[in-house]
Write a protein that binds this ligand. Structure first.
Ligand code: HSE
Length: 298
């Protein structure tokens, strides 16, 4: 009657796919323990690694768990322990990890009542608690794994995209906090047709490159004309980091989710590590603290 889950960090948007694409990291994520209780209701008994609310209405994992217990008319309650290994406000899907970890774990305790699409819908309600918007890209990546495409929000349609085995992510997380809510305000609500055409052409190119293991095409398609030009001013040294990543062999680089983390994709672990070194050098020259990660996508 207890389950321990690992819930991955995720990179949303993947440059051209604003709110439509994401991928999950294999080695970075949160650990969570869910224990059934006789008394109904959800208690958050432990949170380590971040300053998050214990009130289960305001806690993302607590809110998702409550919703699922209610929907399934469960005859038990839950005690939740959360061990965060990466920070909220990092752009790495911290709230999504809590939300999707809760959706997945509660489903296990309910004898797998819900399919992944329904779990994604529950987890999206956690995103509403976190940032006010029911965004699917991070939570779908965490639940489905690998690369995903949010083909439609209403009705929700998630497509799993294959990941070339040798495609490795490098992440740098400068320790400044950007709230998703704020970062969404700088993205334009309207774009001109020319920009839209380029953007959806790049999404098509990226998906095609992922299917055909065409690393060059993946690299050419990692272009964002919608969010990145407006959001990059929120991230110190963004252009320098992107330039350093490309110069050291990355296929492409962009803002991870709503930032401030920056991701790069490379072919092979060796290149991904060179990219890590190069982008770390940019922040080392500044007084901004940062963490870096190199991870497979799964
Ligand atoms: N697609 C979202 C955004 C991810 O870029 O705002 C953050 O949750």
């Amino acid at each position: 009657d207890q389950i321990k889950v690992f819930s991955p960090a995720t990179v949303a948007n993947v440059s051209c796919g604003y709110d439509a694409m994401g991928f999950a990291l294999e080695t970075l994520g949160d650990d969570m323990i869910f224990t059934k209780t006789d008394s109904k209701g959800v208690i958050i008994s432990k949170i380590e690694g971040a300053d998050l609310p214990y009130d289960s209405d305001k806690n993302v994992a607590g809110a998702v768990a409550q919703l699922m217990l209610k929907d399934s008319k469960a005859n038990f309650g839950l005690d939740i322990q959360i061990f965060k290994n990466f920070k909220p406000g990092s752009g790495l899907g911290s709230s999504a990890a809590s939300a999707s970890g809760a959706a997945f774990a509660v489903n296990q305790l309910l004898d797998k009542r819900y399919p992944d699409l329904e779990l994604t819908k529950f987890a999206m309600q956690g995103e509403v608690v976190a940032c006010g918007s029911a965004i699917a890209d991070n939570v779908a990546a965490a639940i489905y794994g690998g690369f995903i495409l949010v083909r439609s929000n209403e009705p929700l349609d998630i497509v799993n995209i294959p990941t070339p085995t040798n495609l490795i992510a490098t992440i740098i997380h400068p320790q400044i906090e950007i709230k998703t809510e704020d970062a969404r305000k700088v993205v334009p609500t309207q774009i001109d047709l020319k920009t839209a055409i380029s953007q959806w052409s790049n999404v098509g190119g990226l998906i095609s490159g992922l299917y055909s293991n065409n690393f060059d095409l993946i690299g050419r398609s990692l272009v964002d004309l919608v969010a990145e030009p407006n959001r990059k001013k929120l991230i110190p040294f963004f252009d320098e980091v992107k330039h350093a990543a490309l110069k050291s062999g990355a296929l492409g680089a962009g803002i991870s989710g709503s930032g401030p983390s920056i991701f790069a994709l490379s072919e092979g672990l060796e290149t991904a590590k060179q990219v890590e070194y190069a982008i770390a050098s940019v922040y080392k020259k500044s007084d901004i603290d940062f963490s870096t990660y190199v991870s497979q996508i799964s």
